[in-house]
Design a protein around this ligand. Sequence first.
Ligand SMILES: Nc1nc2c(ncn2[C@@H]2O[C@H](COP(=O)(O)OP(=O)(O)OP(=O)(O)O)[C@@H](O)[C@H]2O)c(=O)[nH]1
Ligand SMILES: [Mg+2]
Length: 372
Amino acid sequence: MKIKKFLAKTEQAAYELVKREFGQDALILNTKTVKDEAEENLCEVTAAIEKPEEAPTFQDALAAAVIPPRAENVSQAQFNTLHKEIDFLNERVELIINHIKYENLPHLPRLLQQRVKSLLTAGVDISLANELVEEVLMNLAGEDLLEAESVDEKLVGKLKARLGVSGPIKFSPIPPTVTLVVGPTGAGKTTTAAKLAALYKYTYGKKVALVSVDSYRIAAMEQLKAFAEIAKIPFFAAYDNNDLLDKMKKITDIDLVIVDTAGLNPLNMKKMVALKETTRVAKADDIYLVLSLTTRQDDQKQFIRNFGILNFTGIIFTKLDEAAKFGDLLNLTVEFNKPIAYLANGQNIPDDITLADRKDLALSILRGKYGN
Ligand SMILES: Nc1nc2c(ncn2[C@@H]2O[C@H](COP(=O)(O)OP(=O)(O)OP(=O)(O)O)[C@@H](O)[C@H]2O)c(=O)[nH]1
Ligand SMILES: [Mg+2]
């Protein structure tokens, strides 16, 4: 109930005010004469009205609709049923989203739809995934399209055709062959240099030397030097490009020189130019860009573009053991037309490095797992 006093010169005028504000249903509680500041008579009417129900706001309605959960009233069985229903709804929503996203899927046989999804789950770019599966569709017919074996064989073949690999280090006729590892900080250059050195010395029986030009961090040189001593590999430290020139002259009777360089922010043009000069002074036959597969694809693209001024031979991907998906291997090699040289899948020297093989790569992408 709302109560209010109304003042007017006459009783009639006061009732009019009541009627205007409270309407016909107003209750008159009291009427009396009062004096104003100028001692003039005024009529004071006290009136009341039943307060109308206010329309509920949206928030009120929402709050009323959400019944607070009363955990003690929900049995485990009911909870499980609800859980299943939510899972079912999630699946439906995902199907609808996929249907909208990949409009061209429905015309594909079911097996091929599944393979597109596997490729997308592996992180393969959507256009590339669709192209590959379309190619399988064009190349297979009838029963073969319904058989997982024939579809997978064809798909692996299509993946292999897109994956560029460089093969092993090519030895130049005039020794030594010089290989440089370059790349962003922490990508695994030093570890990879050590792995390659051990691989070529102990597996392929080559005379190998290691050079470090990473003078930014003394510890980095010490790390490689310590390894070289254990592995009985000659080691040279070069503190600048002039020093490198001197050291390179001292390296004789060696088949392969592996040069480890400092991690570089490729946006630092000054250092990039110095590194370019290093490649020239070292008379590099091969330059490998070392990238970690755990790095975001956008950053990898940036590294490939920026290190491009070194005209590198190929890419060595590291940390495959820590990567959850392998689609980037395909996306990057296709987009930049740069071959993959070696793959590193762990910290063990020299075991955790292998030559990039098209079939292994294709299977890793599809299985979401590197190796067997
Ligand atoms: N899990 C895993 N770790 C790796 C791999 N390769 C290198 N690492 C580790 O990554 C870290 C960095 O490796 P480094 O070889 O020092 O990397 P870098 O590129 O030389 O680093 P900077 O010289 O500082 O730029 C070390 O802890 C390595 O053990 C790999 O394939 N898998
Ligand atoms: Mg290093």
